[in-house]
Design a protein around this ligand. Structure first.
Ligand SMILES: Cc1ncc(COP(=O)(O)O)c(C=O)c1O
Length: 400
């Protein structure tokens, strides 16, 4: 096999397209069709949303789960239900998807961006460094499915009386000391969008919580502020909520996909991650891979490979270009740090943009050196081997 990169006219590592993601199970498709045929499409007319909530709560290990329209709505309603509002500050890593800090703005509060450690997740020291009397909450984002250092985060947030929300949009099935992501803080927020571990037909979300009061407020806020309970024939609207409903079709798909989450979806991701660990942890040109520890079991939504830029003749973007030319499907480029997004630079954060950026330097450095790799369960081991071969080929070609 020639070492000439496909980018420069050599043969592609992967000649055939990879299996697509997502691919809904036959059961999910049949259940969705049955709901469509029934005409009972909204939660109040059917049983699937309620059943999905119960199954999801049992699966993650909390008493309550409330289905919502998407992961951003999950964060928004969780923040509001936990009492975060105007005048409050929320500590949030800059190194996340823009939806996380946007939800803070939606709740009327102010994101205070913090840095991450080399494992891509929130630096627990930020809680003490950035907390002020206005700090109401912290959001721990399990980015790429890498579990945050929940022991220290829980300890520091509890010590300061700060609400702790887990953003589990990328971490369904991750574990910290045997407890699933989303069950460690005051609320766990999940996304079921098309690209995630589990999709409810394109969009969807869930808030998981042990607190019945929080669950009730999330349910009300996602349902135009209606208050359940009592015997009123027409439910009163008691708070300014939103229409954040999940539909019956979406829930039917979610229920069916949840059935094979552990045995098929997560099992295959974990198996593929082991193959990546083995191939990449000692590879020249790579500085870090997302290893599990005694406390942490990662969820492997995407596998973040940290490149040793000092020993490469190019940056991550060129590596991505070369891998795409080799026929390897890649997650979209991660763009810029949230603290650099114009929507936040104009005063949403108390500090001037430059000062905010200065305290998120590790995040920026990580973004510049991280290459995300897929490990979709619809793939087979030969696809993983092709990714490994292509990464090795490209890093060899760009090594100093
Ligand atoms: C870390 C993180 N938080 C929140 C969200 C928002 O989820 P949704 O797209 O379902 O609104 C996403 C979605 O990609 C995400 O990756």
């Amino acid at each position: 096999m020639t070492d000439t990169l496909a980018l420069f006219g050599g043969p592609k590592t992967a000649a055939e397209p990879f299996p697509a993601w997502p691919r809904l199970s036959d059961k999910a498709q049949a259940e969705a069709a049955a709901v469509l045929a029934s005409g009972r499409l909204v939660q109040s007319a059917g049983t699937r949303v309620t059943a999905f909530e119960a199954a999801f709560a049992a699966w993650v290990g909390v008493p309550h789960a409330v289905a919502v329209a998407n992961g951003t709505a999950a964060l928004h309603t969780a923040l509001a239900a936990l009492g975060v509002g105007p005048g409050d500050e929320v500590i949030v890593p800059s190194h996340t998807f823009v939806a996380t800090p946007l939800a803070i703005l939606h709740a009327g509060a102010r994101p205070v961006f913090c840095d991450v450690t080399d494992d891509q997740t929130i630096d627990p020291r930020a809680i003490d460094e950035l907390a002020t009397p206005r700090t109401r909450a912290v959001i721990a984002v399990h980015l790429y499915g890498v579990m945050c250092d929940m022991g220290r985060i829980l300890e520091r947030s509890r010590a300061r009386g700060i609400v702790l929300i887990e953003d589990c949009a990328q971490a369904l099935g991750g574990e910290w000391q045997g407890r699933r992501a989303g069950t460690l803080g005051d609320a766990g927020c999940f996304s079921f969008s098309q690209v995630k571990h589990l999709t409810t037909a394109g969009e969807g979300g869930m808030v998981a919580t042990a607190d019945a009061g929080v669950a009730g407020r999330v349910r009300s806020l996602a349902d135009l502020g209606r208050e359940r309970g009592g015997d009123a024939a027409v439910l009163p609207h008691v708070r300014p909520g939103w229409n954040y409903h999940l539909t019956e079709v979406q829930a039917a798909v979610g229920l069916a996909e949840l059935e094979r989450l552990e045995s098929w979806n997560l099992a295959r991701r974990q198996g593929f991650a082991k193959a990546y660990d083995h191939a990449f942890s000692q590879l020249p040109g790579v500085t870090a891979v997302p290893l599990n520890t005694d406390a942490r079991r990662n969820a492997y939504w995407v596998y973040p490979l940290q490149l040793d830029l000092a020993h490469l003749t190019c940056g991550v973007e060129r590596v991505r270009e070369a891998l795409a030319a080799e026929g390897i499907p890649l997650p979209p480029a991660t763009g810029r740090e949230c603290c650099e997004e114009p929507v936040f630079a104009g005063g949403a954060d108390a500090a001037a943009p430059a000062a905010t950026h200065a305290r998120c330097l590790n995040a920026a450095a990580l973004r510049a050196r991280t290459l995300g790799l897929y490990l979709h369960p619809t793939w087979d081991r030969p696809h993983i081997d092709l990714v490994v071969a292509a990464v090795k080929k490209v890093l060899r070609a760009f090594r100093r």
